[in-house]
Design a protein around this ligand. Sequence first.
Ligand SMILES: Nc1ncnc2c1ncn2[C@@H]1O[C@H](COP(=O)(O)OP(=O)(O)O)[C@@H](O)[C@H]1O
Ligand SMILES: [Mg+2]
Length: 344
Amino acid sequence: MTDMSTGPAILVEGLTKSFGDVHALRGIDLSVPRGTVLGVLGPNGAGKTTAVRILTTLLQPDGGRALVEGRDVVRDAAAVRRSIGLSGQSAAIQEELTGRENLELIGRLYHLSWPQARSRAAELLDQFELTDAADRAAKTYSGGMQRRLDLAASLVGRPQVLFLDEPTTGLDPRARLGMWDIIRSLVADGTTLLLTTQYLDEADELADEIVVIDHGQVIAAGTSEDLKGRVGGDVLEFTVPDRARIADAVSAIAKIGEGEAHVDEETGVISIGVGGRGSEALIEVVRALDGAGVAIQGLSLRRPSLDDVFLALTGHAAEEEEQPAKGRRGRRRSAKKDTAGATS
Ligand SMILES: Nc1ncnc2c1ncn2[C@@H]1O[C@H](COP(=O)(O)OP(=O)(O)O)[C@@H](O)[C@H]1O
Ligand SMILES: [Mg+2]
């Protein structure tokens, strides 16, 4: 085998893909060092699954290139397929078969002998705590168990690089935490992982590096701390119960914050980055709102979350539900203000 141990496990340059006039990917760049976890964070429709499908050879890109373990996903697709595992958004398991049969079958597809396939299946069932349910049809499994089985299936071939497309979407909180534990143990074994998610806390929890994508473009990249740092210090948050006074509140505090205030029209929550001037800004905000005669509730100062990062970067929340055609994009709209000379 060629020695490809030096480059990144995944390298993506200028990747583009359109479906008709939908530009799903508009020139994505990624680099994932071996043995690390990249979190690809973005809302519904951002282009996450399209990127994963190209990287796993299921879809051809229009432009740019992508290498997995140094091999081109288009020209060397067969070799790429041998080194990867994919656990997708829609489970790839056969519902009529038992968990054990599913894994044994996949082992056979990987050209393991029957005894090898059997022992690999038993090992994975044990690792994923599915031994008790191993001989029941997969259709009787809970959502969390089906996800675990699907993930186990992607590991039968002992992939060097694993792609998980929204591994916890639709799972209840407990199953989600279970999945996080499993993902952490995989990473501890040295597997390189690319994980897509819509959940900021998931990226925060699991990823070494995070790439934020929106509308087919990378809009920010870095560690969770890097990204939080971009919000510029602490965040001040309060609620304006009288929705009619929101605009007054925003203009009253316009000169206090650093950057834009973000407004959630539905809940009346306004948040604003205040840099390192937390307590000072808190007092100024109280005075300014009092001066403007705007009543507020629940004024608090907190560390920025990845949600604030997403808002700061895009002007809309990451986890907002998909809106049909008429779309109220930007449930939380950003109130742009004149920021001339406002950088600290
Ligand atoms: N096969 C397809 N045909 C047409 N449009 C598609 C297809 N697959 C994805 N898209 C569109 O491309 C965009 C990105 O989709 P996708 O990669 O699935 O986003 P995500 O996984 O981040 O939710 C969306 O606008 C989606 O509707
Ligand atoms: Mg998707």
